[in-house]
Design a protein around this ligand. Structure first.
Ligand code: MN
Length: 310
């Protein structure tokens, strides 16, 4: 890692943020909470889509054709349903709720995402992107599927450490800068005190039920399903209070000193890195085909010219 790569965490706060709706096709509207003007990143987390819940019409489903990524890891995590991932390294992997699909794009990878045939469960989950630090942004692409993640249960709350470490438990998922992603759920409701790293910024995405932070005022309070709240940094702990049936994901990490560039499916520390990835995708260089996908790849939008990059 590069010594001056990281910056200071934001002040502790509870700032609920509205997402914006984005259409992934087949009736799948996602709510995109990151990036947005008011908040570009939470630590290294630079993209957050909340998908569904959606029940697809018979014979339809998620079908995102092959598209490229660089400079990031995609983290797919489901509460319900299934997604079939196929990539240019030759991986073909279905995921179920409670499992992690982690794709490290590094220097470049292409993948597709589909609903597996025969799965009629409503699709409900999240996809996050983690920006890679400068020292790793051009790393070898890789893919991992992890179904055995560290879990604990306390005070009626089930916790799963998806990435990074929490409460002395460490996820085996590969990561490249100090961060955490963890899911909390409760059948009957419960309260869970957690130790946090004060140099991290944190954010909380509520998938279902409602969640509040004990001792902290928030409007609206508590946070309801389908919401995202920026918690800032400087916190050595917090206490999550989950309603019966609540499920949420806590994200955190040490912020980068500089905001990274995000355009289309590319993340990088320099605009030139994104531009050359676009040229290579358009010229069918660098990114190998996703052979297992039965259709054509996505076309890139035009380069935004002098428009600012998110
Ligand atoms: Mn993708």
């Amino acid at each position: 890692m590069i010594a001056d790569e990281f910056g200071a965490a934001a002040p502790a706060q509870m700032t609920p943020l509205a997402g914006r709706s984005s259409d992934l096709g087949a009736g799948l509207l996602v709510n995109r909470f990151l990036p947005q003007r008011a908040l570009r990143m939470v630590g290294p987390w630079c993209f957050l889509d909340l998908m569904g819940p959606v029940t697809f019409a018979p014979g339809t489903g998620l079908d995102v054709a092959p598209h490229p990524h660089i400079g990031l890891q995609t983290v797919t995590w489901l509460a319900s349903g299934a997604v079939l991932h196929k990539d240019s390294l030759g991986y073909k992997q279905e995921i179920a709720p409670g499992e992690l699909n982690l794709m490290t794009a590094g220097a470049g990878i292409a993948h597709s995402e589909e609903s597996p045939a025969g799965n009629s469960e409503p699709l409900f989950g999240v996809q996050f992107w983690v920006a890679l630090p400068r020292s790793a942004e051009c790393c070898e692409p890789s893919f991992e599927h992890l179904s055995d993640l560290p879990r604990f249960e306390r005070n009626g709350v089930q916790a799963c450490v998806i990435m990074g470490s929490l409460e002395h438990l460490m996820s085996p998922a590969r990561c490249y800068s100090p961060l955490v992603a963890a899911e909390f759920s409760s059948h009957a409701g419960g309260a869970l005190p957690l130790a946090l790293d004060p140099v991290f910024d944190h954010g909380l995405c509520v998938l279902s039920g409602s969640v509040s932070l004990r001792g902290e005022a928030c409007s609206p309070r508590p946070l309801g399903s389908g919401t995202f709240c920026f918690l800032g940094g400087g916190r050595s702990g917090l206490e999550l209070e989950l309603s019966a049936g609540a499920r949420c994901v806590l994200l955190g990490g040490q912020p980068f000193a500089k905001t990274i560039k995000v355009w289309w499916n590319f993340v990088g520390h320099r605009e030139e890195t994104l531009r050359s990835a676009l040229d290579d995708w358009n010229a069918q260089r660098r990114f190998l085909p996703v052979k297992a996908y039965g259709g054509s790849a996505l076309k890139a939008p035009p380069w935004p010219g002098n428009a600012h990059l998110k």
